[in-house]
Design a protein around this ligand. Sequence first.
Ligand code: NAD
Length: 298
Amino acid sequence: MKKIGFIGLGIMGKPMALNLMEADYQLVVFDKLGSAVDAVVAAGAESGLSSRDVAAKCEIIITMLPNSPHVREAVLGKDGVLEGAAPGTVLIDMSSISPIVSQEISAELAKADIKMIDAPVSGGEPKAKDGTLAIMVGGPEEVFRDTKPILEVMGGSVTLVGDIGSGNTAKLANQIMVAVNIAGMSEAMVLATKAGVDPEKVYRAVRGGLAGSTVLDAKMPLALEGDFSPGFRIELHIKDMMNALDAAHSLGVPLFLSSQVVEIMQALKVDGKAADDHGGIIQFYEKSAQVEVRRRKG
Ligand code: NAD
């Protein structure tokens, strides 16, 4: 079985790498933060010295990094993938980054005959652990076909959306829908609570109807507990929304609701909540209405 290189072993990368090892793939791993690789090395992965070293040892490389500059640095920068990779190597970038940057990196890699697909994910840490992420892919059909068995180890659904960058365009659309959905849930539940109605009962009453959603079922139980530990950090969602606004503005698409939600998230960041889960958007509404949406005792 081919060796796979895995760069970026954070909240998402670590469980994804562990699932690949569980499926008998041999892994060579690297993270800028040395301690991030401990758990996967303890499970049997080889520790690479740099992204370049990982690329020199593997024909397939996965990156799971925060944002566009990190992927650019790990792939095209000093001691990066490009310096170590042989012609024919495939890069699967699973980070959520700007679609434009995916296209730029792919074009640089193509000069050295290195192929690339962008394959960002949705589902968060729980689905990363279960190997049931939704994976949205952009890139050449034959590279998609060849790498699909690897993606299926990490994903419950793996969909080719279009050319390089399309995976990240789909992910931006996903992030807009999630952010606006959480804000809608928050606005509604703060209203119900301040009106004196038990928010848990409102949740139970609406979840089977048209307002029911995966977002509601994932975030409302946590809000009722006041549990905003990440999960998906507000600062990462700000990053995705800024990428969405940039991409939209360059295409001539105004994003009315997204721009409001991103300012709500900015306010939470100023309030010291950047590392909270994005379900913590509800705290902004709670503060402005002076009411807390929590499970009632007894
Ligand atoms: P994270 O911050 O927990 O992990 C990122 C890791 O990358 C860190 O360990 C960091 O040290 C490492 N890193 C940064 N720059 C590096 C470099 N140049 N070389 C090597 N390593 C480097 O982030 P995460 O939550 O795992 O998210 C990763 C990506 O997945 C992001 O793009 C995020 O938007 C996306 N995502 C996250 C979630 C979620 O719920 N956390 C869900 C879907 C998608």
